[in-house]
Design a protein around this ligand. Sequence first.
Ligand code: ADP
Ligand code: MG
Length: 484
Amino acid sequence: MTGGLEGYDEVAEANAQKSILDIHWSRICARLKAEVGEVEYNTWLRQMGVGPVDEDEITLYLPTRFLRDWVRGQYGDRLGALWHAEIPAIRRVELQVARGPSPAADGDASAAESGAPSAATPPAMPVMDAVVVEEPRTAEVRSDLAAPLDPRFTFDTFVVGKPNEFAYACARRVAERPSSPGFNPLFLYGGVGLGKTHLMHAIGSELVREGRVSVAYMSAEKFMYRFIAAIRSQSTMEFKEQLRSVDVLMIDDLQFLIGKDNTQEEFFHTFNALVDAGRQIVVSADKSPSDLSGLEDRLRTRLGCGMVADIHATTFELRISILEAKATASGVEVPAKVLEFLAHKITSNVRELEGALNRLIAHANLFGRPVTLETTQDVLHDILKANNRRVTIEEIQRKVAEHWNIRLTDMSSARRSTVVARPRQVAMFLSKQLTSRSLPEIGRKFGNRDHTTVIYAVRRVMELMEQDPAFAEDVELLRRMLES
Ligand code: ADP
Ligand code: MG
């Protein structure tokens, strides 16, 4: 990203820095895995590699654009928080597409994904080699269709409340009596992190435990990769037969099939064949069948034919119950006040709530200190901050433009006079500090400027803040206004 490694000593230094980063990185990976679970970790995060640190930003690599976008959306904040916890100077994570040295090929054709270009060339400096964290192969990457079910996701560990009781009841019913009329297909939908995957795994585990039926569970992307891999290896017949031989087929996050016409078509045929043969289908998505625009009409219609159950956003009561259940299971005593505080502060989804509690518990175990409101605020400061109001780049631009009395359009204009260039740089600096947007994204919002321009702006503002206390005060003031 930036230059500066001219001499040999610096190369040696860079290598030393890299091995230190690797140590931090393996710790972070272990934590991530504990937080998100093996299945999710292997699906999304395993192939991530660590890159260079530039000032307060660390670069991480993912092999495809698709994975990069997904990881950025789902785990971007968490990665930032984990890095910050390891190395406080790091405040941002930049995710880039680059292929690290040979991630263990796992035969599920994940490389064949959504037309991602054959990865950007990894940067040339030694410190920038992507490191791929090697993991032992686990069950879910086998090529057969045996369900990679997370043993933690059972009906017993699912906390029921108003927002999810209907979905829960339907899931239980399907687990007890698969393929009963009216419940086939079972379509579960709701926002991210509200328990769809949990319920599907619970259905699967229950059925597998009974040992009478064969269950195939996979995410829609996995379905797609498998299908693409089958086409490549000219084994589509085998793939179809395998799928059509199961008693229960569960496809998670069906919205991923939107725009993937061939895969959708294949799914549609599989779906029909199975339902016609009296087998059970369970599908989850982020929206109801009728709102999944982009799915073929005939598929949408069929998906809506059985039971459609939505999981609503959590209520305060449900969040408390979930926290209580998880705290009890952990064996660490967490005061009611702390649980209430968390349930108030973290409202987005159960995954985040769980992540926060896990961190508290890990912290308590590690240091052998009781959990209190103070330790909570301290240990979770980054999560709590991220759950405060999120500032957008547009807001920053508006406030900064107002402050220096320039036109909002000058934030993206090509004018270079200091009168407008300086406020623009401040706005870029604040965007970097207060949002989780990446440098290129910030650049784009400022009249399609290059990310190097943003880096330059950040540096310049930092220098000026050191040299000029009045300017520093201005910037600080703006920052506080935007943050509150
Ligand atoms: P989704 O698939 O809807 O995005 P998940 O099923 O992956 O969400 O849930 C995210 C996390 O939250 C999982 O660890 C899951 O166990 C937990 N979770 C969600 N809802 C509940 C619940 N009602 N009770 C207990 N844990 C839950
Ligand atoms: Mg899910």
